[in-house]
Design a protein around this ligand. Structure first.
Ligand SMILES: Cc1cc2nc3c(=O)[nH]c(=O)nc-3n(C[C@H](O)[C@H](O)[C@H](O)COP(=O)(O)OP(=O)(O)OC[C@H]3O[C@@H](n4cnc5c(N)ncnc54)[C@H](O)[C@@H]3O)c2cc1C
Length: 369
């Protein structure tokens, strides 16, 4: 039976798993090719739902930059605004958040070894060690997944984002999302960091065979973006990638995958921390069960799919819908939602992470009417 755990990837999800295991007295080491855990974290945004953060069990307060009380969606001439009337999400500095996760993992007793890149050969060698459970927490382009032969993720969102200083920020507490079917079909977003600093980003499907940097260049020239950042100074920009579906398998023998490596990401927004961290906690429980009580590691696969599989599928279905209807179809849908007052419903009963809860609340409301 295995005695120790090696995690490849000291992103937030690998660090969350390491902390949980160390707290249960498991011998755990996390490896990363980066020299600091905060390196490269600026590639992603830092929006976290309030309810999700409450479940994540990290003291994140020192990373807070701003709060959100809703969002505005645009498609064609249609605008759909959701206002919750209070804080629904936090915007965190991803670098500081990663450092806080690393601090908590270390304090719990996990070993964090930076500057160590695992090659395919080293991964296969670690897999052969019967004393070790190997975890791939190595992100969307997982070397662990490809070396061990996990099923592929076929579609990704290619992203590009940049921060602008001296921008016009229309609402300090709302994120904005723009849907467009101009070529390539994309969604763009803005995230307000302060009254003068705005993040602008874009996501396109990997199936479009275009690059996100070029698509971003066109988006920034649009009237929408020019109004916000036309006179602002661009800080560094970053291209990255988001998996659009979960892998068909996430456990093979003594190897398991968590976080982006497993595709545990909301296909609607690309948010991956809340689900990834929740799945990491399930992984920790299964690993402890295996090492201490000889239970099968495959329980992880069953448990995380039972807990979050439906919600991740619902996000995928919404993504597939808005990708297929095009801008006019999406604008019509927003119009209908406005007429039905669905924005007010979402403002009151919405949940950024769990669409299954929104559906339940809709049924319950109708039942008690
Ligand atoms: C533009 C963009 C915006 C986003 N916005 C949000 C958001 O607002 N909210 C949200 O919740 N999520 C967001 N996400 C998604 C979120 O960033 C990811 O879900 C999250 O970072 C996944 O964490 P992870 O630990 O699984 O992987 P990662 O953060 O990718 O970490 C993987 C780590 O593995 C290391 N690694 C990889 N290969 C090796 C190797 N062979 N050897 C050693 N180390 C290796 C890497 O250096 C890296 O540190 C966004 C993503 C993008 C691209």
């Amino acid at each position: 039976m295995a005695k120790k755990v090696e995690i490849i990837g000291a992103g937030v999800i690998g660090l969350t798993l390491a902390k949980e295991l160390a707290r249960s007295g498991i011998d755990v080491a996390v490896y990363d090719s980066k020299s600091r855990v905060s390196d490269n974290t600026a590639k992603a945004s830092g929006i976290f739902s309030k309810s999700g953060l409450a479940r994540i069990d990290v003291d994140w307060k020192a990373a807070q930059q701003n709060t959100l009380n809703g969002a505005v969606l645009y498609a064609g001439k249609e605008t759909f605004k959701v206002d919750t009337g209070g804080t629904v999400a936090y915007i965190l500095d991803r670098g500081i958040f990663a450092e806080l996760c690393a601090k908590e993992a270390k304090e719990a007793g996990a070993e964090i070894l930076l500057g160590k890149r695992f090659t395919r050969e080293q991964i296969l060698e670690a897999k052969r060690d019967v004393d070790t459970i190997l975890v791939g927490a190595d992100g969307a382009v997982s070397t662990v997944a490809s070396a061990v032969g996990f099923p592929e993720i076929k579609e990704y969102i290619l992203t590009y984002k940049a921060e602008y200083d001296g921008a016009w920020v229309p609402d300090l507490h709302k994120a904005e999302v723009v849907f467009s079917t101009s070529s390539p079909r994309f969604f763009g977003w803005t995230v307000p960091y302060s009254e003068r600093v705005l993040e602008v980003g874009i996501g396109i499907s990997s199936s479009s065979r275009r690059n996100s940097t070029g698509a971003f260049g066109s988006f920034v020239q649009s009237a929408f973006a020019q109004q916000r950042v036309g006179n602002a100074r661009k800080r560094a920009g970053y291209a990255s990638i988001i998996p659009l579906s979960t892998r068909k398998r996430t456990v093979i023998g003594n190897v398991l995958l968590v976080g982006d490596a497993a595709g545990q990401v909301k296909a609607t927004t690309g948010g991956g921390i809340i689900f990834g961290a929740a799945c990491a906690r399930i992984a920790a429980k299964s690993i402890v069960g295996n090492i201490k009580h000889g239970k099968p590691l495959s329980l992880y696969e069953k448990e995380w799919r039972r807990a979050y599989g439906l919600d991740l599928k619902l996000h995928k279905a919404v993504h597939a819908y808005y990708s297929s209807v095009g801008e006019r179809g999406f604008a019509s849908m927003l119009r209908i939602m406005n007429v039905m007052g669905f924005n007010k419903f979402l403002g009151k009963y919405g949940d950024m992470d769990r669409p299954s809860l929104i559906i339940k609340r809709m049924f319950l409301r109708n039942l008690v009417k």
